[in-house]
Write a protein that binds this ligand. Structure first.
Ligand code: PBE
Length: 270
């Protein structure tokens, strides 16, 4: 019934993604901090694929839905969505994505370290790879194509770095669309320097633990300062933070544009 409060219409449910994601922990905090738990709001765990498929279904019927949203992601290209205002700043204003390596990578594989240290791109560039993959292109192929079309920028990441022989490098990532895009691009560039590159998808906690424990060399998937904060804090002394590879990401709760009466997380209490 469209005349009922939005919470009632959607069973007081926020449609989320995989349990390990930082955005899920932040959303649990939001539910508490905004007192939504008192209104029986709950966060539904699923996966990005399940969340976007529910969004697709509801969007076509212009039904209300509240999702865990972030950019860069094609959900904001494919659908007209808005972030809900977050006056308590639970999700933070903007996020950056950092490159993290194991300790001693600089000594052991200085060429890879240097390239990883130089790697940086924009939300728009990351989105363009994500959209190709969402349209069915193989991630490695989408990465190769992107590199071909951005050869000038990519050459800045490798300029003067000497090629290696018989060296391997292992990257870990979580299979979120954004990290599939960035990890595949970096893997292809490391390949062009002569490395045998393995990329291994895992959950967020094991990904951090692998790099901290020297089981993996690097990852480019640390959303900070808020989204991966728990892991960053736990592993800070066991990893190297090479700094920002993408500036201006964002995380929060999002709704479709047609939910004109819902503009702030506070509005969910009505
Ligand atoms: N995300 C995408 C991740 C980081 C990348 C926002 C879903 C998260 O930890 O929430």
């Amino acid at each position: 019934n469209p005349n009922e409060p939005v919470g009632k219409q959607i069973n007081y449910t926020i449609t989320g993604i995989d349990a390990g994601a930082g955005i899920m922990a932040s959303t649990q905090n939001a539910i508490k901090d905004y007192g939504l738990d008192k209104g029986n709001w709950q966060l539904q765990t699923s996966s990005t694929a399940a969340m976007t498929s529910t969004l697709d279904k509801d969007y076509k019927k212009k039904l209300p839905i509240v999702i865990t949203g972030w950019t860069p992601h094609w959900m904001f290209t494919k659908y007209k969505l808005k972030f809900l205002k977050d006056p308590k700043n639970v999700y933070g204003k903007a996020e950056d994505i950092h490159t993290i390596t194991r300790k001693n990578l600089k000594q052991d594989k200085p060429e890879a370290y240097e390239m990883l240290d130089r790697f940086h791109w924009t939300p728009k560039q990351m989105s363009s790879v994500m959209i190709k993959v969402n349209n069915g292109e193989e991630p490695s192929q989408a990465a190769k194509n992107w590199i071909k079309n951005n050869s000038k920028q990519v050459s800045e990441w490798t300029k003067g770095i000497k090629h290696v022989h018989n060296q391997s490098i292992k990257m870990t990532y979580v299979a979120w669309d954004s990290e599939i895009a960035s990890t595949n691009v970096v893997a292809q560039v490391l390949k062009s320097l002569g490395y045998k590159v393995t990329i291994q998808a895992m959950e967020m906690q094991p990904m951090w633990a692998a790099v901290a424990g020297n089981d993996a060399d690097a990852m480019v998937s640390a959303w900070l300062p808020k989204t991966s904060a728990v892991f960053y804090k736990d592993y800070r002394s066991q990893i190297d933070d090479l700094g920002i590879n993408l500036r201006g990401a964002k995380v929060g709760l999002a709704v479709p544009y047609y939910m004109t009466n819902v503009n702030s997380i506070e509005d969910l209490k009505k």
